[in-house]
Design a protein around this ligand. Sequence first.
Ligand code: NAP
Ligand code: ZN
Length: 345
Amino acid sequence: MPHAGGYAATDATQPLTPFTFERRPPNEDDVVISIQYCGVCHSDIHQARNEWQISVYPMVPGHEIAGIVTEVGSRVTKFKLGDRVGVGCFINSCVHCETRDVDLEQYLPGNVQTYNDVDVDGSRTQGGYSSSIVVKEGYVLHIPDNLPLNAAAPLLCAGITLYSPLHHWQAGPGKKVAILGMGGLGHMGVKIAHAMGAEVTVLSQSLSKKSDGERFGADHYYATNNPQTFEKLAGYFDLIICTISSQIDWDAHIKLLKVDGTMVLVGLPENPIPIGAFSLVTGRRSISGSAIGSIKETQEMLDFCGKHGIVADIEVIAMADINSAFERVIKSDVRYRFVIDMATL
Ligand code: NAP
Ligand code: ZN
């Protein structure tokens, strides 16, 4: 069995520590990947700390994986040794789900998450804060040659999580789109919505990252700690993508939508969110949610990013710095995604 080294959470309160484990033996339709880089998503923190009450330990987090193919099974057709590849938030589906031709695997019950889940063979899945991974070829993505692997890694979760709703709700020319919260997900949303041709506004807690937002392609940048923002922008947006996982004044933000506008939640607060009927009813407004994207859509997003030269703004860290990186993400002190250099493991 392939031997892997990594870092794992051993319970909800302890720091991540070095951990060695066995990957499953590769099957004939599997790809073995030497992991070069792995992004640090806020979801990794939610799960390492059991904030969604679904965590099982030991847990190796990480679902923004970029690496190089080192082995392919005899029936693999789409990948060869040396290919630059990515793996995102899920690595398998039950046979029932796989045979449904919907390209919405992320919403199907048999979807197997990259870590903190049970694979179809009954083994526990472990993520990308590790040296290698074995993945069925249907769940592996090609990373375009012009994108550096380290800055492309966050596309596998942050990138697709923003691309999918922007595409689904048709962000493009003539559409006024707000990105609420400019962290790892949010900064990808600004870049992608801008490349799609939408008018993009960042709604951030303060103006401290305004020049970065403009560099990413934002047309406007407003602070939500200023009450005038809510007066000025009332009824303005077609689409608001909310990347925040804290509680905010939901009604005040929903009222920034025009008639028939939609707020899409991608951030995942641990507690339910209170919303008054009036903020929706008075503008025929909608609130919705969106999770990552299908494999087909993820490849489409990677190709779109290749075409437009879009990658994440990253801070590369050593594996041993993961616990301080978690603390900095929680304090919104990251510009804009930490990426672990696996050579430091
Ligand atoms: P992140 O880098 O920590 O970004 C979150 C941003 O939210 C911060 O940069 C900050 O933006 C804003 N924020 C933080 N605290 C706030 C507060 N108290 N009030 C208002 N705004 C606040 O996290 P991320 O990795 O982008 O992930 C964001 C959320 O999306 C997490 O809950 C994660 O689990 C979830 N997620 C969902 C999916 C999905 O498929 N739906 C996929 C990946 C992640 P400003 O500094 O600009 O205010
Ligand atoms: Zn993620």
